[in-house]
Ligand binder design. Structure first.
Ligand SMILES: [Zn+2]
Length: 277
């Protein structure tokens, strides 16, 4: 599932192509993937900007009469946007947006093999109309996410494992299995430790580690472990720098001890039994 760095990479990859473009037609090729919660609009819709919140990609739109709308995308497992310059339709294209930019016509296709992802359309530019987004915790790369806020989250979820707390989108937005495992490795904390047993010093390390792995992930344009590609079809390269994710049984990059695999918070979890306490 794309996490914060992957969704941010998609946003950046599509920004030049889509900012200022107009959506002149919306074709639903499979019902139920696009959920229209708006009170209506008149095409064409101008794409003002692309934003991101947690793992959600947001398109601020203005309809032809000046009404503001927002299109929200959540990719879940296998959803992706694909720019199609020809009339070809690839399999599993559920929503096709016909786009005009600088006189050129192309399509922005929402493709999703497993079809768990969704697109929502709401009135206004306020993403908090989406209930789940309204309940998201702070953006981990913003000032709202501090050592203090992380300490508070760990305290509030003291009985849960530290990994479950990191994955809880109400505590911190945008972190999934890959970046949680990588951050815990860097901070030297076992994923299955109770949140309430993380010390103040470790919290400071974890705060820094989370920011580092997310920034590195964005810098390497995401992790392409299975099939993730950005909005222009390019894979990322952060998978080459992973310390634990996907390395079950392989030697730790720091101490050479074979990495362990366990299940934490319902997810396959890897850690170094020597470096992480
Ligand atoms: Zn180690």
């Amino acid at each position: 599932m794309p996490e914060l760095p992957e969704v941010e990479t998609v946003r950046r990859s599509l920004t030049d192509t889509l900012s200022g473009a107009t959506i002149v037609a919306i074709e639903e090729r499979f019902p139920g993937v696009l959920i229209d919660e708006s009170e209506g609009y008149t095409l064409p819709l101008t794409i003002e900007r692309l934003r991101r919140r947690g793992k959600y990609l947001l398109f601020d739109l203005i309809d032809v009469e000046g009404k503001a709308l927002i299109l929200i995308a959540h990719f879940r497992m296998t959803g992706k946007f694909y720019i199609e310059h020809h009339n070809h339709v690839q399999p599993h294209t559920h929503v096709r947006l016909k786009i005009i930019k600088d006189g050129n016509t192309f399509h922005l296709d929402y493709v999703d093999v497993r079809r768990f992802g969704r697109l929502w359309l709401y009135d206004s530019h306020d993403e908090n109309r989406h209930k789940t987004i309204a309940g998201l915790g702070p953006e981990p790369l913003s000032e709202a996410f501090s050592e203090e806020s992380l300490r508070f989250s760990l305290k509030r979820r003291h009985g849960s494992t530290v990994k479950a707390t990191l994955l809880n989108q109400e505590e911190i937005a945008g972190i999934g299995n890959i970046y949680a495992d990588e951050a815990l490795f860097r901070a030297g904390i076992r994923p299955q430790r109770r949140s309430g047993r993380v010390t103040k010093k470790e919290t400071a390390k974890l705060h820094l580690a989370l920011r580092d792995v997310l920034e590195l992930g964005i810098g390497h344009r995401g992790t392409s472990f299975r099939d993730y590609v950005d909005g222009l079809g390019r894979p990322g390269s952060f998978q080459q720098l992973l310390n634990v994710y996907g390395r079950s049984g392989e030697p730790c990059h720091v101490c050479q001890t074979p990495l362990k695999t366990i299940r934490v918070a319902g997810r396959t979890t890897r850690y170094c039994p020597r470096c992480q306490r």
